[in-house]
Design a protein. Structure first.
Length: 255
């Protein structure tokens, strides 16, 4: 059985030449404003973005699969159906993995199971051939980038990718009574402490992969915090004041 052939064969280059937006759950998602009419883009999102109704209603693709630490949205994720496909990382190195939704459950929730491999295990490598090899990455965001690129998009906007597993999420901010800029500062400080660790290495691997395998694709970070300076940056006007507060005094700091 070729798990990823079944999962991805039908989406290869299906959106060739289109622009795509991939949403994640960092606090800057609260500042994001649409880049244009929804029908100009293919929309995809990961994990807790479905708690943002505006984003949820746009999604053509959705990516999730972890069963640990996902209490804020897991039941909603099971029920949610995007317009085109819901991909679930159920397998790790060709075997069901106990921290992932099992393949039978994934299918019962309308999902498409696929096979992944973290860079810390085995001989995993980033490649365009996600049909015959596991999708690589230490988190769902990295894998979603690869799968989304596989659909043939020519431009990829990354929104809300300013967090990490340790940093705050957009859907926690309102409940904690903090100024919005404080969420960004905390996320920024957390990210500085891990930039030279696994997450930095993962994003540098993604950047290298894009430059080598998808060199004609324009990757743009919208209102980036964690991803500042990794790809081309785009700061929206609505975000600029809070962005300046978050980065005040750190403009020359190495990342």
């Amino acid at each position: 059985m070729n798990i990823n052939k079944d999962a991805f064969e039908d989406i290869k280059d299906i959106h060739k030449g289109k622009a795509g937006i991939l949403y994640a759950s960092g606090p800057s998602l609260n500042y994001y404003r649409p880049l244009g009419p929804d029908n100009k883009f293919i929309h995809a999102g990961v994990n807790g973005v479905i708690l943002n109704k505006d984003v949820r209603d746009r999604l053509d693709y959705y990516f999730y699969g972890d069963t640990k630490r996902q209490g804020a949205y897991l039941e909603k994720a099971h029920k949610f159906q995007p317009k085109l496909a819901k991909f679930v990382h159920s397998y790790r190195n060709n075997e069901p993995y106990d921290r992932h939704l099992n393949p039978t459950e994934a299918v019962s929730y309308g999902g498409i199971p696929y096979n992944e491999c973290p860079p810390s295990e085995g001989n995993c490598r980033y490649t365009k051939d996600i049909i015959n090899t596991p999708v690589v990455g230490g988190g769902v965001g990295y894998r979603a980038v690869q799968i989304f690129l596989f659909t043939g998009i020519s431009k990829l906007y990354l929104v809300g990718f300013d967090a990490s597993q340790e940093a705050i999420r957009f859907y926690k901010t309102a409940n904690e009574g903090k100024a919005p800029s404080q969420d960004l500062v905390e996320g920024f400080n957390t990210d500085l402490s891990i930039r030279k660790g696994l997450y930095h290495d993962d994003w540098m691997a993604v950047k290298k992969f894009v430059n080598e395998e998808y060199k004609d694709v324009d990757v743009i970070s919208v209102n980036p915090v964690y991803l500042k300076n990794y790809f081309r940056d785009h700061i929206q006007n609505e975000f600029k004041d809070e962005y300046v507060k978050a980065y005040k005094g750190r403009e020359d700091e190495e990342y």
